[in-house]
Ligand binder design. Structure first.
Ligand code: SF4
Length: 134
């Protein structure tokens, strides 16, 4: 997760917003790693909540709570966020200089030559000087 002046990055990670905060437009805010981390943290928290619930509720209630909450709150939002991330990468891959360059790594939206994130399809970080065909 990129750094920012904001002090609520952990909360942002857990929220899995569909749009990044407005002060983080210079880097991809959500990446594969941050999405997987958020999903794992959510699943662990929900697992702990289910364990607490099991002390007070029946086994059936606990299992339904665990299954529905882990899917609906843990995995599904992360999947939606991952789809959004893939759309953003597809925009860059589709017809941009970086998308046709052998140095572009779509997994983390990174230029491996400069070790810099490619954020906008029309503004390659190298300004075209490092481009090499795939
Ligand atoms: S070398 Fe230039 S064109 Fe290639 S991925 Fe990096 S920034 Fe984009």
């Amino acid at each position: 997760m990129p750094s920012s002046d904001r002090d609520d990055r952990f909360v942002d990670l857990l929220l899995l917003r569909m749009n990044p905060p407005s002060d983080t437009k210079d880097r991809p805010y959500y990446t594969t790693g941050s999405i997987v981390s958020a999903a794992m943290i959510r699943v662990v928290l929900l697992g702990l909540a289910s364990m607490v619930l099991s002390k007070y509720a029946s086994t059936n209630v606990t299992w339904w709570f665990a299954m529905i909450s882990i899917w609906g709150i843990g995995i599904y939002p992360a999947w939606l966020q991952y789809q959004r991330f893939n759309e953003s990468v597809a925009q860059i891959e589709d017809g941009s200089l970086c998308g046709a360059c052998r140095h572009f790594n779509p997994t983390n939206q990174l230029c491996s030559l400069l070790d810099a994130h490619v954020v906008h399809a029309d503004t390659p970080p190298c300004e075209g000087e490092g481009w090499e065909p795939r």
